[in-house]
Design a binder for this molecule. Sequence first.
Ligand SMILES: [Zn+2]
Length: 313
Amino acid sequence: MNEIYSIGIDIGGTNTDVGLVNGNGKVISRANIKTGDYHDAVVYVDQISELIKQLLQNVDSALVSGIGIGAPAANYYSGNIENATNLNFKGVVPIRSLFEERFPYKVVFTNDANAATYGEMIYGGAKGMSHFIMYTLGTGIGSGIVIDGKLVYGADGLAGEMGHAILIPEGRECGCGNKGCVEKYASTSGIVLNCLELMPQFPDSILCSVPFEVMTGKTISDAAKKNDPLAIATYERTGYLLGIALANAVTFSSPEAIFLMGGPIQAGEVFLDPIRRSFKKHKLFIYDREIPILLSSLPTNDSAILGAAALTR
Ligand SMILES: [Zn+2]
């Protein structure tokens, strides 16, 4: 049987990665441009199209299943990027149709968290699962929900914005206009804010001498590796809050498992252990079987491309 190839495009605020993925879910070649260098969406899509042509040079076009695209503020139904806050392209950009005009392949377009969810389902640890939820932790928090083996898009194509579920009433102001959203407490910047909030209780922490402007998730996770008490307390607090969010999510779709992906989980057990403890404590008793909190099994560097490519399968 001939191998089927897919193209995956991950549009991020900083970089756009394009990869050719084989039938076994391996990225076999890739290319990259800086998203921020482009202000005109047509020029941007032309440039990506050139990269795709190069990647497909030695591939029989009959064996290409399509082009999958993951992007922030992407609407699956319209195929548009709509009012992205971290891209130069303002307003509504018809990304899907721009690619459809340039290639004879099927083009599937969805938000980056949904793409990550697809990647896990097709190539990763959720293979064979019919019900699961994926949380992607990074600058923000995205999520994807799979029910009966299908990704949930909802009435307007925007289902799965669980990062904006309100966790703390009247809490921290979120970019979405609400207060107290999950992502203000468990994204990279949320973790830094948790650390600053706890800092007065740990005057001897090595983090107290780190200026606020240079404090990142990595600073805190490095300090945790040195058993710094503030860093450990930060993950304890963050894990406690995220565990509540995940327990709430279970009541929504009764998943077999919840997957986590992204930079913050690289901190390891110091973060995962409090998440699991809080999740177990807050999970409604009727869900009495174990619902594991699992880490994405896709390779970190390739997960976004794989997720986008998986959309075409
Ligand atoms: Zn929000």
